[in-house]
Design a protein around this ligand. Sequence first.
Ligand code: SAM
Length: 405
Amino acid sequence: MNDTAFFTNGETYFFRDHGQFDLLRQRLLPELIERRRKTKILRLWSAGCSSGEEAYSLAMLVDTLLPKRDDWDILILGSDIDETALTKARHGRYKQWSFRMAPPSLKQCYFQRKGDEWTLDKRIRDMVTFRASNLIGETFPGAKLRDMDLILCRNVFIYFGAMAVAAVADKLAAALNEGGYLMTAHTELIGHRVRGLQSRLFAEGVVYQRAVSVSAVTKHAPSIIPNIPLEPGSFLPPCRGKARMGVELWNGNVSTPSLALPLQGGGDKTASTQSTPSAPSAQDLLASARAFADRGDYDQAGQVCSQALSIAPLAPEPHFLLAQLAQLKGDFEQARILLDKTIYLDPRCVAAHLELAALCERTENLPRAQTLRRAALEIVRALPGDAVIEPYETTAAEMARCLAQ
Ligand SMILES: C[S@@+](CC[C@H](N)C(=O)[O-])C[C@H]1O[C@@H](n2cnc3c(N)ncnc32)[C@H](O)[C@@H]1O
């Protein structure tokens, strides 16, 4: 395999990964908007946008978070190597498949139906600019691809070899403004150190931030990493415009996002999670560990997570969180041990299989990586096609397709 994309797939849909979109709506975009209130310039980029659902999801978020923006200069850029996908993106016409994980009333708020297609309102289409770009071949930062406040580059690195991942990640980092964010799909950059970026672990996953100057930190400290738990499953505020006021776009009939696997339900493992009424439960400690991790306090997160583990030594979730923390600290051997334990405790945990496979690839243990991916494929194939695989927010059918390739 060389270091360029050898195979690509344009799989995408609106608000893919609820957890990441919750994070964008409730923390990252409000912070960026606040930071840009003086200059009123905001630059967002969906790199590898395929047929546009991701870029338009960003536009809908901006529309709800910043309804009065006439005096703002806002760029929402969608780029892709695939011209056919970009043509589809510019048309803004989508079939039901693009809405498979979207809030039920999204269509009501922003789309017009014609036959079996839904056309996005021109008002939102006009917010997004599309352009062709090969992330590997194009040199940037350059005249256009520069000074970004937020870059989403999700489910794109999976098509690149290790050298291309490193080169593109470095270029994306350099195209960010100070304090700007890079969001990838889960685990895409784990194991890669990207120059100039700090990783921040939220319950919804890792986000990378370009270093902020001391003055900017002082000015924005309260809003940069606020310790407020996100409301799951409410990634857009009540719908305005066409739909009735007060109608929540997300009405809760789809599973809510969570980084963790559900706590084991049954048998000895459940018994081990019980605690006395006065003591914090393993679940409380795990939630608290995630809150520390959200704030970037990985040491404290690790300590509290270890306490959870002492109460519930057979629960897979603390092992999984500790493995993620170990990876963030660059302790890949410890991460490997913890992921092995997670799989031992929950042999059906797809995420642990895939993260461990990525670690094995990193250390060139390719046979083990292959075995783990095959095992993950068998697990997802045994699930109903529409089951959601956490924390990837992907259906079992979709993941099976990807893993089978
Ligand atoms: C699976 S889609 C991801 C779409 C969207 N980001 C998401 O997560 O839903 C991957 C996209 O990456 C694009 N891509 C692959 N290699 C690329 C490259 N070298 N430069 C730009 N885009 C690329 C593909 O054309 C495809 O549209």
